[in-house]
Design a protein around this ligand. Structure first.
Ligand code: PMP
Length: 322
């Protein structure tokens, strides 16, 4: 975990100083994990900041709230504006992570939360790469299985669900690995603790389906789309543990992790132990996508400072961002 900080947090409709963004220890969400959240990235480019797939992330937040019955008292537009306002207030011009969180805000003891208010907090902090190792990550298959639909809905991004990821992640770190890969309840590959997973076999990209208990990642969706547009075949199907070991390439996808090559699994080298050509191609395309440089997908990014519009308003010829 990083110790990044910023000046302001957007807290229930207002910008408050970092130190003031606090809740009571008996808050329902703090005790029972009843919070829905998102992880979003913003990227600097040519003086501008671009938030990547902001609307998609906030729609997933709305869905997480719907699944658990949390009232979200702000519209999509209000949340979009809040994220923009927050980056501006913190004068962020570097790689940034945005964390919106909707939490059950009642204070007291008891599991039921009907009638309790919900709160919304959005933090934005400078955030560079998620995995520190260079070139990729060494992963292990965890003995902790990924949560399944039988007990918790994996497609909802809920704070309490992350106890599962924390167990697997800590087990991996304590054993000298960079990341854990969790299997689903049937024993097929599900995902990392905060990332989806892709493997390459005979030049095709293969990724586990929603029925393998994954969180439907926005980076995953982006990679599928970019690969297909490059003419690559992408298959969503169950992946066995052994297929993972014998894959030609493998990588994680996630907002924080971006696209991270998997160099080995359970000490078995993947491919030649270096990021493969398809992985490198996807990293290159993703790097363009996040700053609005993929033709036809410019709308994936939301400019924060709106430099182009400002210069237009001032009567000047808009400066191309490229
Ligand atoms: N799975 C889990 C468990 C995650 O926490 C994340 C990160 N949000 C992902 C997958 C990847 O999702 P995304 O690409 O939308 O960040």
């Amino acid at each position: 975990m990083g110790n990044q900080k910023a000046d302001y947090v957007w807290f229930n409709g207002k910008l408050v100083r970092w130190e003031e963004a606090k809740v009571h220890v008996l808050t329902h969400a703090f005790n029972y994990g009843t919070a829905a959240f998102e992880g979003i990235r913003a990227y600097p480019y040519n003086g501008e900041m671009y938030i990547f797939r902001l609307k998609d992330h906030l729609e997933r937040l709305q869905n997480s709230c719907k699944i658990y019955g949390f009232n979200l008292n702000y519209t999509l537009e209000q949340l979009i504006d809040a994220c923009i306002e927050l980056i501006k207030a913190n004068k962020l011009h570097e790689r940034t992570y945005i964390r919106p969180l909707v939490y059950v805000a009642g204070v007291g003891v008891g599991i039921g939360f009907s009638g309790q208010p919900t709160g919304v907090a959005i933090a934005a902090v400078p955030f560079d790469t998620y995995f520190s190792s260079d070139g990729g990550v060494h992963a292990m298959v965890s003995s902790w299985r990924r949560i399944s639909e039988e007990s918790l809905p994996p497609s909802a991004k809920i704070a309490g669900h992350y106890a599962n990821s924390v167990l697997a992640k800590m087990h991996a770190l304590e054993n000298g690995y960079g990341e854990a890969i969790m299997l689903d309840s049937k024993g097929n590959v599900s995902e990392g603790t905060g990332e989806n997973i892709f493997i390459v076999k005979e030049k095709r990209l293969i990724t586990p389906p929603l029925s393998s208990g994954i969180l439907e990642g926005i980076t995953r969706k982006t990679v599928i789309q970019l690969a297909q547009e490059e003419g690559m075949e992408v298959v969503e199907r169950e992946v066995t543990r052994v297929e993972l070991y014998t894959s030609e390439e493998a990588f994680f996808t996630g907002t924080a992790a971006e696209i991270t090559p998997i160099l080995s699994v359970d000490k078995k080298q993947i491919g030649n132990g270096k990021p493969g050509s398809i992985t490198r191609k996807m990293i290159e395309l993703y790097g363009k996508a996040v700053i609005g440089k993929i033709e036809g997908h410019e709308d994936w990014v939301t400019p924060v400072y709106k430099l182009e519009e400002k210069s237009k308003k001032m009567g000047a010829k808009a400066t191309p961002i490229s």
